[in-house]
Design a protein around this ligand. Sequence first.
Ligand SMILES: Cc1cc2nc3c(=O)[nH]c(=O)nc-3n(C[C@H](O)[C@H](O)[C@H](O)COP(=O)(O)O)c2cc1C
Length: 320
Amino acid sequence: MKLILAPMEGVLDHPMRELLCDLGGFDHCVSEFIRVSNQLLPRRVFHRLCPELRQGGQTLNGTPVIVQLLGGNPEMLAANATRACELGAPGIDLNFGCPAKTVNRHDGGASLLRSPQRLFDIVSAVRGAVPSDTPVTAKMRLGFEDKTLALENASAIESGGAANITVHARTKVEGYAPPAHWQWIDKIQQQVSIPIIANGEIWNVDDYQRCQQESRCQDIMVGRGAIRTPDIGLQIKALNQELHHTPLTWGEICQLVLGFYHRIKHIPPRFACSRLKQWLGLLSHGYEPGKALFTRIKRLKDVDLIVEQINMDISDYSLS
Ligand SMILES: Cc1cc2nc3c(=O)[nH]c(=O)nc-3n(C[C@H](O)[C@H](O)[C@H](O)COP(=O)(O)O)c2cc1C
């Protein structure tokens, strides 16, 4: 069973990937998408969005980071995939799921799900361009407006030569609204012979078990659940390997948030402020004491004051 840390633009960036992979449980991650339009991107763009390329395409603890590309032009995607591989990417993932209007208007992400032929053209161009030992994978939704092309799209991706497909079990129109339709992942799995990775709405170990049963997938990708419950990977792995893992306490979570702040300290304070608020806001859904902390910090504009409040919770919740 493999557990994969999802790509999440603006959230699961390099410092967050380092932190979550360091905590453990994840077998590999996928970078935030790199948007490809009509040019071969400069190397600095790849290094900015995937700094792990400077360390062999892995996080510091050795977790591989697959580079995700987004776009609709097969030749340009192939050229940029080749560049990513030259820079050390351990794999290339193709984004056929992004629902953002700007992305879809510019012919990328979920809008491609309206044409199985285009998916085939893109996957086969990229597959043909990169070294044969570099896996090319794809991440798709169940469709754009409806699910009528879901099976055909998966078959097109398989025929193009993808090594596996991650299925986010919703259409573009369904956005991020629950539920995720895990049974559809099973339908896709029966259609193709390559491995399928199930994704969507896995917030805890119970969801993981239900998703495995309904999708009949071994491998799972987790996104928002890993931000809300940072040790979800360890909890799932412990369940599978019949090991004991005590979920992190609120005091330990606050230590992680402080660790995250130290990793992003070099960015302008107002950005550091919004990253801390973003994470504490999401954590407040998963941890009862997080609600009170988030209420105390959400209007603060000084990053030092936010850090002070985090430290207060560290000392309060480490005592109990
Ligand atoms: C803020 C945000 C950014 C995302 N960015 C990406 C991305 O760059 N590439 C991608 O394939 N999916 C992206 N996704 C989708 C997630 O990878 C994932 O498929 C989705 O959140 C469902 O999984 P989850 O319920 O485990 O979060 C993003 C989702 C969110 C909420």
